[in-house]
Design a protein around this ligand. Structure first.
Ligand code: MN
Length: 287
């Protein structure tokens, strides 16, 4: 395997969104607006919350892409304008295709609000090709128990396979375009390699620890962008503690991106239509 080199390493910017949720926004930001097909990556927390302190994302719309929520700790409940609702717990993934549009809320679970606790997770936005932007909304609520966890023979590398394939594990979530989404943990001194098609864009986000990506080192809360000059990536734990990271790769869509807040379309006209449809209640209403 030939390995991709790293083109850029940068730290996710501390920010807040929703009703006061502390997060680190890896992108979009000054270092990276988007990485086709990926539009956004937020690292929520980890935030220690006292009773009554938990915050979330009150009702807001989406159209034209997918939101992927992966929770490591805490509890989130979602409701939408088409009557869907559910709860996401540690290790669970919600892969939501917003498609033609909905209004939803993403709020802390009742236990987390009442008793406090830790909120820790991720939200990733994945773009949809033009032909799928107005598809019907769809949820793939995937409990932790359905997400394969695989190891290398030495059991020093563990992968939670959210989508795509590695080390004999295959994700159960359907994606519109090929997406690899792994949560990897590497024990000190261990290494991992993953084949990635040369046509895909790829990046890693370090949750904790210190890693060497090809020849470049990165630490917690840093984004690592890979070039396309190889047919795989090589990652080693170069620190004294466990390395935990997300590894993502996807086939670029290669179409114009027009974005305005929670709407991501191909043209300004389609954004104007999205705002109008939302304001006129055509994405439903969440009381
Ligand atoms: Mn949302």
């Amino acid at each position: 395997m030939t390995y991709r080199a790293v083109t850029k390493v940068f730290s996710a910017a501390s920010s807040q969104d929703g009703d006061g949720v502390d997060l680190r926004r890896a992108f979009p930001g000054t270092d990276l607006m988007e990485l086709d097909p990926f539009l956004l990556l937020d690292h929520l927390g980890p935030t220690a919350l006292g009773p009554g302190e938990a915050r979330g994302f009150p009702p807001h719309p989406h159209r034209g892409f997918e939101t992927v929520t992966y929770l490591l700790d805490g509890e989130m409940q979602h409701r939408d304008s088409w009557g869907n609702h559910g709860t996401i717990r540690p290790g669970d993934v919600q892969w939501m295709t917003a498609g033609s549009g909905l209004v939803h809320s993403e709020l802390p679970g009742e236990t987390l609000i009442r008793d406090g606790g830790t909120l820790h997770g991720f939200q990733l936005w994945v773009n949809l090709p033009k032909k799928d932007k107005m598809t019907s909304p769809r949820y793939q609520d995937t409990p932790s128990a359905r997400i394969p966890v695989v190891h290398n023979p030495e059991a020093t590398v563990t992968a939670k396979v959210i989508s795509g394939e590695t080390m004999g594990g295959k994700g159960v979530i359907d994606t519109r375009i090929p997406i690899l989404f792994l949560h990897l943990t590497l024990e000190p001194g261990s290494r991992f390699e993953q084949a990635i098609p040369k046509t895909s864009n790829a990046f890693a986000y370090v949750i904790e620890g210190m890693g060497q990506f090809d020849k470049t080192e990165a630490r917690e809360h840093q984004m690592v962008l890979f070039d396309r000059g190889g047919d795989g990536v090589q990652i080693a734990n170069s620190g004294a503690c466990r390395l935990s990271l997300l590894l993502l790769a996807g086939e670029p869509i290669g179409q114009p991106v027009a974005r305005y807040g929670p709407f991501v379309m191909n043209s300004k006209e389609e954004l104007v239509q999205a705002v109008d449809d939302y304001e006129e209640g055509r994405m439903g209403v969440l009381a």
